[in-house]
Design a protein around this ligand. Structure first.
Ligand code: ZN
Ligand code: ZN
Length: 180
């Protein structure tokens, strides 16, 4: 038993909790989903490994703003936390069409060229606007606010929160390319 009752409750009867995370003092909380605690790894400060069991969209209070509907999207090498704009099927289609097909705008990987029609649907789209700057009435503009990216570059973009800029990931690629 942990000395804090609140901490004990997190582990009781496989309790399902709602997890919100933030990376810095000035950043906003992002909703991860419903989670179950695995065993705590340490005491005071307590460190817990969370198992995500559900990322369904719920209506949440204002502190999570318009990014409440985040979900995990399966990437090639890791999981990417995407927001509802990146999951919007119509916006996604319009974005890919605008960029002339499933080509990653960072590394130039083209799913159709590499895998044919079987691979086409695996391109991701990345939402460029900082979620904190988006108001209630915001409508995603598929050609200005979204870019097609491959799952690898997408995972890199979301390596930090707020995400890297596409040109920053491009610069990393260029650097390792020149180094090798
Ligand atoms: Zn890429
Ligand atoms: Zn993204």
């Amino acid at each position: 038993m942990h000395k804090h009752l609140g901490v004990n409750r997190l582990f009781q009867l496989n309790a399902v909790n709602h997890l919100f995370t933030k990376v810095g003092d000035s950043s906003i909380f992002e909703y991860v989903g419903q989670v179950q605690a695995q065993l705590p790894e340490s005491e005071g400060p307590i460190r817990v490994l969370w198992n995500v069991v559900n990322t369904q969209v719920y209506d949440y209070p204002d502190e999570v703003q318009s990014d409440a509907g985040q979900t995990f999207f399966e990437g090639a090498t890791t999981q990417v936390l995407v927001n509802k704009y990146e999951r919007n099927t119509e916006a996604r289609k319009a974005c890919i069409a605008h960029y002339g097909g499933p080509t990653c705008q960072i590394c130039d990987f083209n799913f159709f060229d590499k895998y044919g029609s079987e691979g086409e649907g695996l391109i991701h789209v990345h939402h460029l606007k900082p979620l904190a700057s988006i108001g209630e009435t915001y409508q995603v503009n598929p050609t200005e606010d979204l870019i097609p990216v491959c799952p690898n570059c997408h995972a890199m973009l979301h390596r930090k929160n707020p995400p890297y800029l596409p040109k920053e990931i491009g610069a990393m690629l260029l650097k390792t390319c020149l180094d090798n």
